[in-house]
Design a protein around this ligand. Structure first.
Ligand code: SF4
Length: 191
């Protein structure tokens, strides 16, 4: 019998937990493979685990996660309906930006997760997730746009938005996030 999506994602998570392909595992407390609905139509992709995510092994459970929950509420989406993951699966020290080599060796895990889940829609949170799909674009230019892309044979709709942590730091970015979630909600027919 073929493995279910959930079983396949669990297997990828064990590979991530055992991974030593970059030095980040040495300073992290837990790996953060991602969580949510294994057959989600919508996947959210952030940057990397922060302090609380590293402590709990779950994505978006700190202040950024609380803001993400509020934004999801505005478009009547529950966490259980979606899958949430990050570009990097271990926390960079002091929440520094991911390095190009870390992204290169870590993103095959994200790719494997997406090929299992086969979502229709991806919301990228922040520039690192946006750049994974659109390497030559700038987040300030394309945030809030509804983009179509065939990626790894998957026909995807990708909507890049700012990372919630940017919204926590900057009122104008919070307004952009709020506006862009309205765009997402309208696209999904949720508002
Ligand atoms: S961040 Fe990614 S590549 Fe680096 S050790 Fe963790 S899982 Fe492996």
């Amino acid at each position: 019998m073929p493995l279910t999506n959930s079983q396949q994602l669990d297997y990828v998570a064990t590979l991530i937990t055992d991974c030593t392909k970059c030095p980040l595992y040495k300073t992290a407390t837990h790996s953060v493979p991602g969580s949510g609905n294994p057959t989600a139509e919508i996947v959210f992709i952030g940057e990397a685990p922060g302090f609380f995510e590293d402590q709990q092994g779950l994505p978006f459970v700190g202040n950024s996660g609380k803001l993400l929950d509020k934004l999801l509420l505005t478009i009547s989406l529950k966490r259980e309906e979606v899958f949430i993951a990050n570009i990097l699966k271990h926390r960079p020290p002091e929440n520094r930006d991911p390095l190009p080599d870390e992204i290169r060796v870590c993103t095959p895990y994200l790719k494997a997760q997406l090929k299992i889940i086969k979502p229709k829609i991806i919301i990228t949170l922040g520039r690192f997730a946006m750049n994974y799909f659109f390497p030559n674009e700038s987040i300030s230019r394309i945030r809030g746009q509804i983009r179509s892309l065939v990626w790894q044979d998957l026909p995807l709709t990708i909507i890049p938005v700012y990372h919630p942590s940017a919204g926590l730091r900057n009122g104008a970015m919070l307004q952009s996030l709020t506006d862009d979630f309205k765009t997402i909600g309208q696209f999904l027919g949720r508002i």
